[in-house]
Design a protein around this ligand. Structure first.
Ligand SMILES: Cc1ncc(COP(=O)(O)O)c(C=O)c1O
Length: 411
């Protein structure tokens, strides 16, 4: 008889079975092999598949990548990232909505790296990091891996608007017992719901934070996770202008990533971008993030950096990339319309979707509902209080009838 013998150190708390999303995907892939692809709806994957259900890539991005010289693949990048990449990442993140203030970026392996460095450098060990109650699961893993906890506020009020009261209550509660607070806010095109704060809601949120920062005793860091911003329509960056002229103890970090923006998920390229009205705060941000790079994964993927800087420094290439991305965004818009219109017609409640890769349906027993959906060969991801349906990976023609089946499965 074997018993479970554990070798890991005492602080290791994240032993878990297979990632839920990858597990659900595996089942969908098996079902497709058994019954044929056309019989199966695989709404588990957080990547855009085209209408032939192949991973979508942008031809111009591929061409630029393939033309990168050998040495730009093989060489190390500077620990902080190549200077032309850092400039390109800031331009790509803010476009023409660049806030006033001092800005410095450090290259990270995707937005995940920016999340990690922010948690590590701007909260104390044991602190609770705050995010919305609907959140991307790895936020919790990232907090716990770094010996922090994750706490949540209610993202939506009863009218499906931003729940300012809950945000205020939870952030105040944490600030009463912590010297610092890191907040992870994913908007626009939020994963998993598709939600975005309006301009007015951003102003209200920032007012709360300014008020909490006012006596100067607390340090607050707001991480703006913009992983999906390039699929949120032309107003996606409107909130950025509100990030100017904040107090020095309210730091903004923008987590920028090419994973979705260039559909280059595996290239592991992104940046942590610090923004503050205080120059020293931003220099310090750069210094600690650079040191954290050295102390974790060392330097980043050089060809990924070269890819973004080449695109951003050539206006013709950039226009082409933006046109190709627009086509992908259009796929999402069409698919979301099919799904949400049918949901509305049949009275299936969804979280407030505005844009993005996923629609989420609240459910009391999401695991059971997802199991029932599997009998219809529909594969989605059970969350704690709902079902995440990845419209990004399902062609529009396969979507009609799906909301009804979800409604039946929820019971
Ligand atoms: C909400 C959110 N933030 C950040 C990321 C980071 O991804 P990456 O590290 O590939 O940039 C993802 C990826 O799925 C995400 O969904």
């Amino acid at each position: 008889m074997s018993h479970h013998y554990s070798m890991v150190a005492k602080h290791v708390n994240n032993i878990q079975a297979e990632d839920k999303i990858f597990a659900a995907n595996r089942e969908a892939v098996n079902a497709a092999a058994m019954y044929g692809k056309e019989q199966v709806i695989n709404a588990t994957v957080g990547a855009i598949l085209d209408d032939e259900e192949k991973l979508a890539v942008m031809p111009t991005v591929m061409e630029v990548l393939r033309n990168i010289p050998d040495t730009e693949y093989a060489a190390y990048a500077p620990i902080a990232g190549t200077p032309d990449f850092l400039e390109a990442a800031v331009s790509a993140a803010f476009k023409d909505s660049r806030p006033e203030g001092f800005i410095k970026a450090v290259a990270t392996p995707g937005g995940s790296g920016a999340l990690r460095h922010t948690i590590w450098n701007y909260s104390d060990i044991g602190d609770t990091i705050l995010t919305s109650d609907w959140f991307w699961g790895p936020y919790k893993t990232l907090a716990e891996e770094n010996l922090r906890k994750l706490g949540v506020f209610s993202y939506f009020d009863k009218d499906k608007k931003f729940n300012l009261a809950s945000f205020k209550e939870k952030s105040s509660e944490l600030l009463a017992r912590q010297d610092s607070l890191v907040i992870l806010l994913n908007s626009p095109a939020h994963n998993p719901t598709g939600f975005a704060l309006t301009g007015e809601e951003w102003l209200q949120l920032l007012e709360v934070l300014k008020h909490q920062a006012a006596d100067g005793t607390k340090k607050i860091t707001l991480l703006c996770d913009i992983a999906y911003i390039d699929y949120a329509g032309p107003s996606g960056r409107d909130f950025m202008k509100h990030l100017s002229n904040l107090p020095e103890n309210l730091l903004i970090v923008v987590a920028y990533s090419v994973s979705k923006s260039l559909t280059m998920y595996g290239l592991r390229t992104g940046a942590a971008i610090g923004l503050s009205a205080n120059k020293d705060v931003v220099q310090e941000f750069y210094d600690v993030c650079q040191a954290s790079n050295r102390g974790t994964w060392s330097n980043g993927t050089r060809c990924g950096m070269k890819l973004l800087s080449t695109i951003m420094h050539d206006s013709e290439i950039l226009l082409q990339v933006e046109a190709e991305r627009k086509e992908l965004e259009q796929l999402l818009v069409e698919r979301a319309a099919v799904f949400t219109e049918e949901a509305k017609q049949i009275g299936l409640d969804t979280c407030p979707y505005k844009a993005g890769f996923f629609v989420t349906i609240p459910a009391i027993q999401p695991g059971d509902a997802c199991d029932r959906l599997k009998k219809d060969n529909i594969f989605a991801v059970p969350l704690t209080r709902g079902i995440r349906f990845a419209i990004c990976s399902v062609p529009a023609v396969k979507l009609s009838g799906v909301p009804q089946k979800i409604k039946n499965a929820i019971g």
